[in-house]
Design a protein around this ligand. Structure first.
Ligand code: PLP
Length: 395
C-alpha cells in the first residue's frame, strides 16, 4: 500500500542518516542503578537531578493522594476536575518560587510541553514579535509557532544581537523567551541582561526553568531566585517531572497574568486535569526540595558535577561551559555519537546519544546527566569507562 511504502521509505532514510531513535524499557524505578531491557546498568540519562523519582516519601504521598482523591480527576480544571490537591499545589508553588513578582500565583499543568504552549499562545498573538533563543526547547519552538506571532530567532545567549533586533522592531507587543538552563548544553541564560532588555522594550520575559527548578537557587527555588531577579515582566515555567521527581508543570507569574491564562489558554482549558494524586505528590516533593535533605542532595550533586568536569578535562573531549548537572560531550557526527554511546553501553553505562532535531545538525553529542542518586562509586565507573574509551581512540 502506497501510504505505508512512503512511511517505510522515510524511516529507511532516517536510519541511513543515523537518526533512528529507539526506546529502552526500564523494569525498575528511575534511579542510578536500573534494569533496562533486562540488563543492569548505571543510568546517566534521566533528568531526576535530585534522585527523588523513587523516593519513599513521594511514592507514599502518591498512594495517599490516590486514596484521598481517587485515580483520575474526571474533567478539565474548569469543568469539575480541579481539586483541593491542585489548589494546594498552586499555593505551594506560588509561595516557593514566586518571589520574583508581587502577588504571585501559579497555574498547574499536566506537562511542561503544554505549559509552554499555553504561555506562548496566550501572551503572544498575531500582533506580537516573539524573540526566541536559537537553542530553546522544542516545546517553546512549537508554542511560538502556534501563537502565530512573528518569530525572530536570536543567536544563542547573544544579548547584543537581541538588543539590535529589539531596537529594529516597531512591533507594539514583544515577548522574549528562553530556557533558564539549556537542556542539551547545560549553560544558563544571561537572565539579568535579558530582563534589562525586556524592561527597556516593554516585553515579557518568559523563562522555562525545566532544568533549574529544584536544583538552582536557595532551597532549589530556581534560576530566577539564584539570580535574585524581580520584575512584573517575568513569567516563569517550572516542570515537575525532572528534579521534582513526579510529573506536571506550572506557570508562575503575577496573578493578573495567571487570571488571563485561566480565561484564555487553550492548552489549559481543553484538557483533562492531571490526577489530583499527582498534585498531592508534587506538594510532598516541594517539602523535600526545600528541606535539609534537599540541601544535602544539592550539595552532593554539586560535588558530582565538579568531579565530572575535572575528569572530562583529563580526556580529549573536554567539558563545555556548563555548571549544571547536564554535561555534554559534543561529538558532531551522528554515527560517531552512536558508536560512542555503544561503547559506554558495553561498559554497562547508559549515556544517551542526542541527535537532531533535539540539537542542531552537526552537534550530536552524548549527554551525561548527573543525579544526587549517583554515588561516588558510580562516578568512578563512569571515569574508568571514559578513560578506557578515550585511550581506545576513534569517535
Ligand atoms: C523537559 C522540558 C520541557 C517539557 O516538560 P515536560 O514536563 O517533560 O513536558 C520543557 N522545557 C524544557 C527546557 C525541557 O527540558
Amino acid at each position: 500500500m502506497h501510504l505505508l511504502d512512503s512511511l517505510r521509505e522515510a524511516l529507511a532514510d532516517l536510519d541511513a542518516r543515523g537518526l533512528t531513535r529507539r526506546r529502552r524499557t526500564a523494569g525498575t524505578p528511575c534511579g542510578a542503578h536500573m534494569s533496562v531491557d533486562g540488563r543492569e546498568i548505571v543510568g546517566f540519562a534521566s533528568n531526576d537531578y535530585l534522585g527523588l523519582a523513587a523516593h519513599p516519601k513521594l511514592t507514599a504521598a502518591l498512594a495517599e493522594g490516590a486514596k484521598r482523591y481517587g485515580a483520575g480527576s474526571g474533567g478539565s480544571h474548569l469543568l469539575g476536575g480541579h481539586s483541593h490537591a491542585h489548589a494546594q499545589l498552586e499555593d505551594d508553588l506560588a509561595a516557593f518560587c514566586g518571589g520574583f513578582v508581587d502577588a504571585p500565583r501559579a497555574l498547574s499543568f499536566s506537562t511542561g510541553y503544554m505549559a509552554n504552549l499555553a504561555t506562548l499562545t496566550t501572551l503572544a498573538g498575531r500582533d506580537t514579535t516573539l524573540f526566541s533563543d536559537a537553542l530553546n526547547h522544542a516545546s517553546l519552538i512549537d508554542g511560538a509557532r502556534l501563537s502565530r506571532a512573528d518569530v525572530q530567532i536570536y543567536p544563542h545567549g547573544d544579548t547584543a544581537a537581541l538588543a539590535a533586533m529589539l531596537e529594529a522592531s516597531d512591533s507594539s507587543a514583544k515577548l522574549i523567551v528562553t530556557d533558564g538552563v539549556f537542556s542539551m548544553d547545560g549553560d544558563i541564560a544571561p537572565l539579568g541582561r535579558l530582563l534589562a532588555l525586556a524592561e527597556r522594550h516593554g516585553a515579557w520575559l518568559v523563562v522555562d526553568d525545566a532544568h533549574g527548578f529544584g536544583v538552582l537557587g536557595p532551597q532549589g527555588r530556581g534560576v530566577l531566585a539564584e539570580h535574585a531577579l524581580r520584575s512584573p515582566h517575568l513569567v516563569y515555567v517550572c516542570t515537575l517531572g525532572k528534579a521534582a521527581g513526579v510529573a506536571g508543570a506550572a506557570i508562575v507569574a503575577h496573578e493578573t497574568v495567571i487570571e488571563w491564562l485561566v480565561q484564555r489558554a487553550r492548552p489549559y482549558i481543553f484538557t483533562t486535569a492531571a490526577p489530583p494524586a499527582v498534585a498531592h505528590a508534587v506538594s510532598a516533593s516541594l517539602e523535600l526540595i526545600a528541606s535539609d535533605e534537599g540541601d544535602t542532595r544539592r550539595a552532593h550533586l554539586a560535588t558530582l558535577i565538579e568531579r565530572t568536569r575535572a575528569m572530562l578535562r583529563r580526556t580529549r573531549w573536554q567539558p563545555v561551559d556548563s555548571q549544571t548537572a547536564i554535561q555534554p560531550l559534543v561529538i558532531g557526527d551522528n554515527e560517531a555519537t552512536l558508536a560512542l554511546a555503544a561503547r559506554f553501553d558495553a561498559e554497562g553505562l547508559w549515556v544517551p546519544a542526542i541527535r537532531p532535531p533535539t540539537v542542531p545538525a552537526g552537534t550530536s553529542r552524548l549527554r551525561i546527566s548527573l543525579s544526587a542518586a549517583h554515588s561516588l562509586d558510580d562516578l568512578a565507573r563512569l571515569e574508568a569507562a571514559l578513560c578506557r574509551i578515550d585511550e581506545g581512540g576513534q569517535a
